[in-house]
Design a protein around this ligand. Structure first.
Ligand code: HEC
Length: 165
């Protein structure tokens, strides 16, 4: 092959490839913009918005940016499960146990508690969690607060038992 022939062939191939590249870019642009339109219209769709709201994370972690941090606090994350016996007692048990309502053994009252404590803590935990009909009255499961975890109820029992005089 002469150099001149090779040069023409090579130049022709370069031109063909350049042309092909341009054609491909045009096709990609056309397809891409149609897809963009499609995505935008789906994003604005009421159903999509509803879906995004439904699967939105409960909380966000904000690093450093005070504005974002404030926003994060405005929609608080699910409360970390506090296992404070005292808090649980005050929120869910004191209503009956503080004054000994309806036969509930009164808080800190040794006379009402000693016999019960003698059954062992596991018995008390079980009765507080599952509920208990005794001679004195009816103890509803978890004091009627089903959203408490077993551990929270146990912590409340511990708190009550620790405070018996
Ligand atoms: C609606 C009233 C009420 C609430 C609220 C309540 N209790 Fe009671 N509880 C009772 C009564 C009544 C008894 C006594 C039942 C009996 O012995 O006849 C009792 C008994 C108990 C006992 C002793 C069980 C036993 O085996 O002798 C424990 C422990 C106890 N409650 C824990 C709790 C805890 C913890 C909470 C809060 C999560 C709570 N209670 C909330 C009414 C209540």
């Amino acid at each position: 092959m002469s150099d001149a022939h090779f040069g023409r062939l090579f130049g022709g191939m370069l031109a063909a490839m350049a042309l092909l590249t341009i054609v491909l870019i045009i096709i990609a642009n056309v397809v891409g913009s149609t897809l963009d339109d499609e995505i935008t219209s789906r994003k604005n769709d009421a159903k999509t918005k509803e879906l995004i709201a439904r699967i939105a994370p409960i909380g966000k972690i904000a690093f450093g940016n005070p504005a974002e941090a404030a926003q994060t606090q405005a929609t608080p994350a699910a409360p970390a499960e506090a296992i404070s016996g005292e808090a649980t007692y005050n929120a869910a048990c004191a209503a009956c146990h503080a004054q000994g309502v309806a036969g509930a053994p009164k808080f800190a009252d040794g006379g009402a508690w000693n016999e019960r404590v003698a059954k062992g803590k596991d018995a008390l935990y079980g009765n507080a969690i599952k509920g208990y009909q005794g001679k004195a009255g009816y103890m509803p499961p978890k004091g009627g607060n089903a959203s408490l975890s077993d551990d929270q109820v146990k912590a409340a029992v511990d708190y009550m038992v620790e405070n018996i005089n």
